[in-house]
Ligand binder design. Sequence first.
Ligand SMILES: [Fe+2]
Length: 405
Amino acid sequence: MEIKGKVLFVDDEINILKSIKRGFLHAPFEVITAESARDGLRTLEETAVDIVVSDYRMPEIDGFQFLKMVKERFPEVNRVILSGFIEKSVAVESLTRGLASTYILKPWLNEDMEEKINHILSMRKVLKSRKLLGVINQIENLPHLSNIYQEFMEAVNEEKSMDRISRIIQKDPSIATKVLQIANSAFYGLKNCTSIKQAAITLGLDTLQDILLTISIINTMKWKVEQMHRLQEIFLHSFIMNTHLPHLHRFIPESHYYRTFPSVGLTYDVGKVILLQYFPDRYQTVLKHLQRHPEKDFYESEVEMGFEEVSHQEIGAFFLDYWNLPQIFIETALFHHTPEKPSSQYNDIIGLTHLIDSLIRALALEKEVDPSRYTFDHIPQKVIMETVYAIGKKLTKPIFSDIQQ
Ligand SMILES: [Fe+2]
């Protein structure tokens, strides 16, 4: 059997560690264990580990603090938190803070845990494939995402005051200016708003977070005037996605994941942004191919042109991972054209992203869209019809017409 990776389990209860070792004796990954956070950090220094699975409740340094240290000192290691059912809120919080990519509740079924670990390992394989790294390595300096977004998210999670939250954005005048430009754009319609705090109060923190993430991404790269039209088109589609995703997701039973990550729709096509910036010729060639084959979508064209495994899906997912965004962002970008592929906890979101993306594409081509051809479990046909109508209207309203470089 092929061993796909190394997993470090950290728990102060020796019996649990023993049963984990026994339970995964025949799993396709190697299990190593540590009895404390300190012990775990020592192991990480000595051994190359793919995933750390840490218990939440531990004396001295708890799982939360431990994962934070792992994130800072060993950012390439994937982190999973293990918690009791009553501490589920802690587990969810570790996801929103980007401390863990997923959580596992106690008591667990070994098959479930094995499936989750295998899933993470195969995701790592995709994002670290030689073919993909070959493309990424052509980019001279990888764009860094400003810390402001993470800081902002932390402050919101900790329910800090509006003043504190606004000051985080104001620290970077270039980002603050652009956030205000979008807040004042036709799409949001705040006229002449000159204060971040005012924008936060009027638009709400969720919307401000969306705008901040968008601007943070745009700001990582330098844009030429002639690229702005395409960039706006990509983000207009992303904003439409982000508006409709939560609406449709409300119809899915147990849709709790979504509420924790309101901006996930914004980054689903971020691979296109990267292509436009760093591989403009390839981007143009795909667009030309699409003009000749309007029945195809962007991904299908990429595959036909030989970019399978290095399409905008993989490239986007690579950067979202590199920028340390939560797992749901990475998987949505990675599978939005191939929703049949993932066996992940985010299947619903990924399926819906695919559905909305197909609607946006059909409407952008000004096709006559028959809503009955677009169905999704639990979502009434009437709601799909309303969505088609609403997207059609939004496509005529460019969102960034006011943004300046
Ligand atoms: Fe796409």
